[in-house]
Structures are given as C-alpha cells and as structure tokens.
Write a protein that binds this ligand. Structure first.
Ligand code: TXA
Ligand code: MG
Length: 307
C-alpha cells in the first residue's frame, strides 16, 4: 500500500519519522517541535555528531512565526521560495522548536521545498518538519525512493514515494544580515541568482569562521560557564547535570534513555548555564554518559562545549 500525505502527516504528529521527497534530495523528517523524534533522526542516520538541521516550512507565513526576517531575507524568500535555498535567520524564542534542531544556536535554517509531495505533506501537517538527507551518514544522498537504504527505511513509519528529486543536490544555505549575505553551503542555487536580485555577492565564511568538520557552521553552541565532563559525584560548587540514577540539578534522562538525553541536551545546557550565573556557581559538571548509540553524539557535543 502506498502511503498518503495525510497518513504521513499523522505519523509526524504521533512522533514518528517519515521519509519524503523534495526537489533537492529525499528528506528524513521529524516534527521539528518534538525533541525525541528529532533525536531519532540522528540515531537513524548513525550520525556521530549533532549538527543543526534544516526546518522545512510550507511558506513564508509559517516561517515568520519561527524566525525573524529582515527586509533582505524577505526579498530572498519572496524570489526563491519554494526552491533549493535555505535561510539561516534569528530564531523566535517562543517558536517551540526543539533545541536539537538548532543544535543550541540562536538561529535556525528554514526552507520551503519546491516539490508537490513535500508541499502537500507540509500543508497536511501544518507545522515545521526538520529533515536532513535520508541517507546513512557518509553515504550518498538519495534522489529516488528506490535508492533508500534498508537501514534507513527500517527506522521510519513510512516513505512517501513521489516524483524523483530533479535537482539532485542539497540546497544552498545563505545567512542574510543587514546588507551582507553569507554563503554557508553552496548548492543548487547560484550566487549569480542572488546577485541579480539583490546586487549583493554572497560571501563565503572567512577562514577563521570555517570549522574543520563537515557542515559549515558559524560557531558551535557552548555555555559561558566552564563545563567539566564525566563527573561521578555532584560537587557543591557546581551546577550538576545528572544521567540515570546519578542525580543532579538537572537529569538528561532518569531512565538512562539516550534518545531522551539527546532531546534534553541543549535545553539543559542552557538552563544549567542560567542557573550557574544566578546561583554564582563556578562550573557545570556532567555525569558520565555511555558512548554508544546516540551517546556518541552526546559525548562529542559535550566535549566541544567543554573545550
Ligand atoms: O536540500 C536540502 O537542504 C536537504 C533537503 C532534505 O531539504 N536538507 C539538508 O538538510 O541538507 P541538513 O539538515 O542535512 O542540512 C544541515 C546543514 C548543517 O550541516 C549546516 O551546515 C546548516 O544546514 N545549518 C543548519 N542550521 C544552521 C544554523 N543555525 N547555522 C548555520 N548553519 C546551519
Ligand atoms: Mg546530508
């Protein structure tokens, strides 16, 4: 039986993963407001790192409820959406987006896909869908349902088949500021198209902003308070983030569930940072988190936030 967009929208609402076609590549989608399902994306892809994800939206109107668009962003959106362009914009604090989507950053990447099935799904779901390419980490991005690996198919509630992805290359990621546009990832939309519309040439990130890892981020989220990992005990001078039966001011997951821990990670780091400042604690300590499954990405992110 072929899945319908209505069924897929329902699955997303129920906290399940859905694969859907877009004009660039097939996406592995989750409700962007449901941290536990977003965590499942990383588990399904076997991705050892939490990089921020692109949230797919129906239209600019939905986008305005999630992010702050300045004039330049609005012009780009009006000209190139729906299409293979993602915009990184300041996140509205009350948008209800899981912090795992933004990897704790104060910005969010948004895109309106130009594909009939993706648009139907977004209309039926009526909310933001976080979706990276629907491939196992390190493998080719699928542009036809037939190219999806069984490992990924196994992890999702359903696959929307739809037309093949005609573009076949991930979206171009732009970050528009006052009168500059930063190019965070080259892709299907060219800089010439942007220049023709705006008279602004997108600037690649300067080398000091460029991270060594794939997926060009401007910066990684890190708390202001020094972070110490693998703490077995709860030190009195610290705000402690527990895990499992090791209690703290916060607990990533009392049942030692790594999916729940991943979903809580960034929100708890932010909360711990705020509490440390309020209660004048000199550090944030974190209980050991096992380094398997999603624990690999959790430990990777904690390590970066601590260095
Ligand atoms: O074509 C596409 O864009 C595909 C299809 C499925 O729409 N999606 C896609 O999503 O490639 P994803 O989640 O793999 O892209 C994530 C990349 C990150 O690696 C990062 O480079 C950038 O988007 N990104 C996302 N949020 C960001 C942010 N707040 N700041 C900077 N870069 C961000
Ligand atoms: Mg990808």
């Amino acid at each position: 039986m072929v899945a319908t967009t209505e069924q897929a929208a329902k699955a997303l609402s129920n906290g399940e993963l859905v694969i859907f076609p877009t004009e660039t590549v097939f996406g592995l989608g989750a409700d962007a407001r449901n941290g536990a399902t977003v965590a499942e994306i990383f588990a399904a892809k076997g991705r050892p790192q939490f990089n921020p994800l692109i949230a797919h939206i129906r239209d600019l109107e939905m986008g305005e409820e999630i992010a702050e668009f300045n004039d330049l962003a609005r012009r780009l959106a009006a000209a190139f959406w729906p299409g293979p362009m993602s915009l990184v914009l300041p996140l509205c604090g009350d948008a209800g987006i899981s912090e795992l989507v933004t990897a704790g950053l104060s910005t969010i990447a948004l895109r309106v896909p130009n594909h009939p099935t993706a648009q139907e799904l977004l209309s039926a779901f009526n909310g933001p869908i976080a979706a990276p390419s629907a491939n196992i980490s390190g493998k080719l991005s699928p542009t036809r349902a037939g190219d999806l690996s069984v490992d990924v198919r196994m992890r999702v509630a359903m696959v929307l088949e739809g037309e093949v992805s005609s573009v076949g290359l991930e979206s171009t990621i732009l970050m528009p500021e006052e009168d500059r546009i930063f190019l965070l990832r080259s892709g299907a939309m060219t800089s010439e198209m942007v220049r023709e519309l705006t008279d602004i040439t997108p600037e690649p990130l300067s080398s000091e902003d460029k991270p060594k890892s794939p997926g060009q981020l401007l910066k990684h989220y890190a708390p202001n308070t020094p972070l110490v990992l693998d703490c077995e005990e709860w030190p009195p001078e610290a705000v402690h983030i527990g895990f499992g039966d090791r209690e703290g001011d916060f607990n990533l997951s009392q049942t030692a569930d790594l999916t729940e821990a991943a979903a809580n990670l960034f929100a708890m780091l932010h909360a711990a940072d705020r509490l440390a400042i309020e209660a004048t604690k000199s550090k944030i300590t974190v209980a050991p988190v096992p380094a398997y499954g999603l624990g690999v990405a959790i430990n990777d992110r904690l390590k970066r936030a601590s260095s």
